[in-house]
Ligand binder design. Structure first.
Ligand code: FAD
Length: 414
């Protein structure tokens, strides 16, 4: 198989423009947003408008899974060839933006993680209905969200307990969802529920639950260690009555394991994106440490110590570069609609680990300087932000299980 990693001229321009914006405009505000537990909507609106004016649409920035609507994300084969692929552009843009502030990507208005299941499993009528919400944000920003995790079911996705039962032309949902990004502010959440937990994956159904639906409410908003500017919410469903038209894909879709696949297919697209964001944070920490060492160590410290530190940084740079190649590969496959579950998990596992190591090494190498918070010195913030990249969208252990199951399909020990 040929895999082409050369970025198109357009993608190179995108990378350069977003990288410059990330360093000069976004990064200086990042610590303030972290402390305020949010990014002002005014900034998000300006940012979205600027993206549109530079590239025409949010999709042109490559923020496919986050900002773009359905049509923007589904390119024609010819357009894909010219643009270099929407997913490759997405991961390039995501890495650059994350060097400025990783929470910004999660805060961008648009369907967010709710986009892929609606795009992939919704009927044409559902896609039109739910994506049209984001077409005009002049009266206020709008978000979508993806609600799968429950207090007893995070990694064990098949074990969700939120129930759904059909009553007349409505579905009645009961349960709790937790740690849902943008769940409270979302105009709609894609909520996963089960008709019968004993059926496992075959019992799963995915619903679009709109804000204001009777029986739907928001529980607590989490106070997190990192990514504090991003909203993470608990959602409560108490006899929540959802119209049958909001069952994603319609009932015939669920005669197979499609409900579960809807949840899993989302990850094939979003894991490379999450990997790219992690690599962006790791790269920011690495570059900061390299500059620090160059400025402070070369002339003032004995050579052996400098060499040992340079060697540690070389390992960090190598691991980040290797993770980036895995990420581009997973994105490249997604752009060609080639199955990429294993590659997406490899990218996510490698990106998270490489970036965690980068942040830890950078703090250690910079000594006390690494542990203090300043507007342009964000090592302690990146150190807090990075850990979650090895947790959400499947922990590192879960990625390794996905990979081993594909390497050894007959292995039954998990
Ligand atoms: C900031 C943030 C945002 C999030 N956003 C969303 C969102 O928008 N939507 C959503 O649905 N969820 C979201 N999540 C939830 C996230 O996907 C889960 O936290 C994640 O899947 C892990 O689940 P858990 O927390 O229940 O941990 P657990 O599944 O309980 O895992 C705990 C530990 O056990 C390990 N483990 C679990 N199973 C195995 C196994 N079989 N073998 C070996 N080790 C195992 C894990 O690797 C981990 O180390 C978010 C979480 C965070 C922190």
């Amino acid at each position: 198989m040929t895999i082409e990693f050369t970025l198109t001229k357009r993608q190179e321009e995108l990378r350069s423009a977003i990288g410059s914006l990330a360093r000069n405009v976004i990064r200086p505000q990042s610590l303030g947003w972290d402390r305020a537990h949010g990014i002002p909507e005014e900034f998000l609106l300006r940012f979205t408008q600027m993206a549109a004016s530079m590239g025409g649409t949010a999709g042109a920035w490559g923020v496919q899974g986050l900002g773009a609507t359905g049509e923007e994300a589904s390119e024609s084969a010819e357009k894909k060839k010219k643009s270099g692929g929407a997913m490759v552009s997405t991961v390039v843009a995501a890495e650059e933006l994350a060097t400025g502030d990783p929470a910004l990507l999660l805060c961008l208005p648009g369907p967010g993680l709710g986009g892929p299941p609606v795009r992939g499993s919704g009927t044409p009528e559902q896609r039109e209905r739910f994506f049209s919400v984001f077409k005009d944000m002049s009266a206020g920003l709008k978000w979508g969200a993806y609600a799968l995790t429950e207090p007893g079911a995070g990694s064990d996705v098949a074990g969700i307990r939120t129930s759904c039962r059909k009553e007349g032309r409505e579905w009645v949902l009961n349960g709790r969802k937790c740690y849902i990004t943008n769940g409270a502010r979302a105009s709609w959440n894609v909520v996963f529920a089960t008709i019968d937990p004993s059926l496992g994956r075959a019992g799963h159904r995915a619903f679009v639950v709109e804000k204001g639906t009777p029986g739907f409410s928001v529980g607590k908003i989490e106070d997190k260690m990192g990514l504090r500017a991003s909203e993470t919410a608990e959602l409560v469903l108490e006899d929540c009555r959802v119209p049958e038209e909001n069952l994603l894909g319609g009932e015939e879709k669920y005669q197979t394991k499609e409900g579960f696949l809807t949840a899993m297919k989302t990850f094939d697209n979003t894991r490379p994106l999450v990997a790219a964001m992690a690599i962006g944070i790791g790269r920011a920490a690495y570059e900061h440490a390299v500059d620090f060492v160059k400025e402070r160590y070369v002339l003032s410290r004995p050579i052996p110590r400098y060499a040992a530190i340079a060697e540690r940084l070389a390992r960090v740079g190598r691991d980040l570069a290797a993770a980036r190649i895995l990420t581009l590969r997973a994105a490249w496959l997604a752009d060609r609609e080639i199955a990429n579950a294993k590659e997406a998990s490899m990218a996510k596992a490698a990106g998270g680990q490489a970036a965690i190591k980068a942040c830890m090494e950078a703090i250690e190498i910079c000594g006390a300087h690494g542990a203090v918070a300043e507007d342009q010195q964000l090592l302690e913030k990146w150190f807090r932000d990075i850990k979650v990249y090895d947790i959400f969208e499947g922990t590192g252990q879960i990625q390794r299980i996905v990979i081993s199951k594909r390497l050894m399909p007959d292995l039954r020990s998990f």
